[in-house]
Design a protein around this ligand. Structure first.
Ligand code: PLP
Length: 430
C-alpha cells in the first residue's frame, strides 16, 4: 500500500493529502533550521546529564518524606545546568504550570508588595491566582497589589509605560513568553532580555520572572540566559518530552528558588522533602527527548500555519515568521470552525479518537472552552492537542505532537473535517 492509500484508509481524501504534500515540500528549509536547533539543544541536555554524572542509581524512587532523594536532587542539577541557573526546583508535587507560577509568585511576594505584569494580561488561570478575578486565596487577599502594562500595538514592550508603573512597592515583574489564549505575538528570548535589562536599569532589585510555558527548546537560549531571575514551566509541556506524567519546574537565582521550595513544601523543610515515587526515570528520559519532541511539534505548527494561511484564514504566527513557542493560533471566525478543527485533532489521536469534544465551562476560564486531547497523559499539551475559548474572534490554539508524523496527520484530519463541513475550501488547482 502506498502512503496516499494509507492516508485514505485513515480518512484523509486524496485532495487534502495532495494539498498537504505540496505545502510540506515548500517547507524544507524551515524544517532544516528546526532540526538544527534540536541538534544544538540535544547536545545541551546531553552535556548537562554527563556533567552531572547521571547514573541508573538516580532512577530509584523514594517514598515517605523523600529525604536524600539523589535522583531528584541530581535532576534539579541537570535543569539548572541546562537553564544556566544557580538553582532549580523540579517536582512531581508541582501539579501543573499554573501551580508552578502560583508558587513562584506567592513565594517571592509579601504583603504590601506589588506585582507588575509587563507583557499584558497574564494567562487566564493566573487571573484568579493574582486576584484580577476575585478568588479564594488569591495574592490580592494577602495584600499583594497588581499592576499591568500592555504590550504596544506592534507587540513590543511599552518601555515608558513600564517606567511609569514601577514604584517603591514593585517587587516582581511578570513576563509571559507565549501568547496563551491571546492573539498577540509570542515574545522572543532576545526581546525578553531587553525588557529585563530595562527593568533592571530602573531597579536592579526587582525580580524578573518569566512564564516559559511552551517556549522551552524552541530557541537555543532560554530567558535565564538573558537575565531573567526566575523561569517557570510545566512538565506536561515541552520539557517533559511527553514522558513526564505530571510536574512542574522553577529555575533561577538560588534565593528565589529556595523561597519557592519553602512555599511548595513548608518553611524549614524546603527542598529536603518530596518523595519522587518512581517518577525520576521518566523525568530524565523525557527531558532527554524534549529537544526533538519540541522540534516535531514546531514543524506541526509551521505546517498548520502555511496550510491554513493559503486557505485564507488568519494565522498567528504567519507562515513565514520566526518561532518562539510551539503554539499556532488559527482564527476561524465562527464557533463551528473552532469545533470542527478540534474534532479533527481528536479524531487523529492515539487515545480516545472515538470521542467528540464538546465546549464546556472549564475551571479557571471565563468562557466555554473546547479541547481536543487524545493524550497518553491527561491534558498533556506537548501531545497533539487543540483548544479554544468559544468566544470571538473564534480562534483555535493548536500545539504539540510527540512526532512530526502525528502532528501532520492531525492537521490534515482537521482540514478534512473543515472541508467536509463546507467551512474550508481547497485551492482550485488541487
Ligand atoms: C499552559 C500555560 C500555563 C498554565 O499551565 P497549566 O499547566 O495549564 O496550569 C500558564 N501560562 C502559559 C503561557 C501557558 O501556556
Amino acid at each position: 500500500m502506498n502512503l496516499e492509500r494509507m492516508y485514505e484508509c485513515m480518512g484523509i481524501c486524496r485532495e487534502v493529502h495532495a494539498y498537504g504534500q505540496k505545502i510540506e515540500k515548500e517547507l524544507s528549509a524551515r524544517f532544516e533550521a528546526i532540526d538544527e536547533a534540536a541538534e544544538y539543544n540535544q547536545l545541551k541536555v546531553l552535556h548537562a546529564m554527563q556533567k552531572c554524572r547521571v547514573s541508573d542509581v538516580h532512577f530509584a524512587g523514594s517514598s515517605g518524606y523523600g529525604y536524600n532523594d539523589l535522583g531528584r536532587d541530581t535532576l534539579e542539577a541537570v535543569y539548572a545546568e541546562v537553564f544556566h541557573t544557580e538553582s532549580a526546583l523540579v517536582r512531581p508535587q508541582i501539579t501543573c504550570g499554573t501551580h508552578a507560577l502560583a508558587v513562584a509568585l506567592a513565594a517571592n511576594l509579601r504583603p504590601g508588595d506589588e506585582l507588575l505584569a509587563i507583557s499584558g494580561k497574564p494567562y487566564d488561570t493566573l487571573e484568579e491566582v493574582i486576584g484580577i478575578r476575585p478568588s479564594n486565596g488569591s495574592l490580592m487577599e494577602y495584600g499583594i497589589t497588581y499592576r499591568q502594562v500592555d504590550l504596544k500595538p506592534d507587540d513590543s514592550f511599552d518601555l515608558e509605560g513600564i517606567r511609569a508603573s514601577m514604584n517603591e512597592h514593585t517587587k516582581l515583574v511578570h513576563i509571559q513568553r507565549s501568547k496563551g489564549y491571546q492573539t498577540r505575538r509570542t515574545l522572543s528570548v532576545e526581546g525578553i532580555g531587553k525588557a529585563v535589562a530595562f527593568v533592571k536599569s530602573i531597579n536592579p532589585d526587582v525580580i524578573c520572572m518569566v512564564d516559559n510555558c511552551y517556549g522551552e527548546f524552541v530557541e537555543r537560549i532560554e530567558p535565564t540566559d538573558v537575565g531573567a531571575d526566575l523561569c517557570v514551566g510545566s512538565l506536561i509541556k515541552n520539557p517533559g518530552g511527553g514522558l513526564a506524567p505530571t510536574g512542574g519546574y522553577i529555575v533561577g537565582k538560588h534565593a528565589y528558588v529556595e523561597n519557592c521550595a519553602y512555599r511548595l513544601t513548608s518553611p524549614g523543610l524546603g527542598k529536603e522533602v518530596g518523595a519522587t515515587m518512581g517518577l525520576n526515570q521518566s523525568f530524565y528520559q523525557g527531558f532527554f527527548l524534549a529537544p526533538t519532541v519540541t522540534a516535531g511539534a514546531l514543524k506541526g505548527a509551521v505546517f498548520a500555519a502555511n496550510l491554513y494561511e493559503r486557505l485564507g484564514f488568519d494565522v498567528l504566527p504567519d507562515g513565514q515568521e520566526s518561532r518562539h513557542d510551539i503554539i499556532q493560533a488559527i482564527t476561524f471566525g465562527t464557533p463551528e470552525g473552532v469545533i470542527e478543527f478540534c474534532r479533527g485533532i481528536q479524531a487523529a489521536a492515539p487515545v480516545d479518537s472515538y470521542v467528540e469534544p464538546e465546549p464546556w465551562a472549564m475551571p479557571g476560564y471565563d468562557s466555554d472552552v473546547i479541547m481536543a486531547a487524545g493524550a497518553f497523559v491527561q491534558g498533556s499539551s506537548i501531545e497533539l492537542s487543540a483548544d479554544g475559548p468559544v468566544k470571538p474572534p473564534y480562534a483555535v490554539y493548536f500545539q504539540g505532537g510527540l512526532t512530526w508524523e502525528h502532528a501532520k496527520f492531525g492537521i490534515l484530519m482537521s482540514l478534512q473535517k473543515l472541508t467536509d463541513a463546507g467551512l474550508a475550501k481547497l485551492p482550485a488547482d488541487e
